[in-house]
Design a protein around this ligand. Sequence first.
Ligand SMILES: O=C(O)CCC(=O)C(=O)O
Length: 295
Amino acid sequence: MTPEEILSYPARVLTQAQRERYFEKGYIGVESLVPADLLADLVKVTEEFVDASRTETQSGKIFDLGPGHTKDSPVLRRLKRPDDQHEAYWGFASGLMADVAADLAGPNVTYHHSKLNFKWFDKSDTVKWHQDIQFFPHTNYNVFTIGCYLADTDMSNGPLAVLPGSHNKPLYDQYDAKGNWTGMLSDEDAAKVDMSQADYLTGPAGSITIHNCRTLHYSPASKSKQPRPLLLNCYSSSDAKPYTPHPDPSSHAYRVIRGQPVKWAHHDPRPCQIPPDWSGGYTSIYAAQSGEDAA
Ligand SMILES: O=C(O)CCC(=O)C(=O)O
């Protein structure tokens, strides 16, 4: 569907101006969107998972652990597939966030994946400039991620930053010169990004961020002792069909969560880089960006 067709459907959660801005800039941030009781449930469940990670010693199917993780000082970088780990996360992804998704995807929405990323005052917390669609190419670019801050997030604890308008520019090469997947821009390309244009999406707990799958984004390391949990849910318009294996499918991957399955795929002619074949298993963006994944 084109943005004009999508915008012709009544808005469910976002304002019409927010929807228009998303299509124009490739992202939006909406402060304090999530009701306090819903947020409190997510925060409580998340604290339980951080506690559960304390006894883990290495990254596995559920926990991605950062360097220096210990029982007393957990460095849980990511809770993988939270939608499969607790019903509170799936309820959120298939509830309020799915309604937000329908405002941008159109009436037929397909769920892609969820992840819960933390930052813990560690330089390994930087997520470098990258675009998402090279991780999971689809027949068109109506694929996007909605983040929800589960703690107050400002410039001190690693907010998500986006480059306005980058969704309408060409995609970058996310392999290095030796052909290894890095999941990020080369140092040379990253150095050319005009940092003065970067928009840092901050806000109190319960604020959301939305970025299109082509939008260039990164997040700086946290300089605060307070962890920064960002719950990310990714969706597509149902007319965007994936053509490479899902990096890390949960039991809900590709479920149509609003509207109907569609009979026709929409094809965008702009090319997309193909990721490595992850049908045998995927680690994480942190592993790729730090070279842990390089063959
Ligand atoms: O956690 C963050 O700050 C950004 C994460 C991100 O961009 C990603 O996982 O693709």
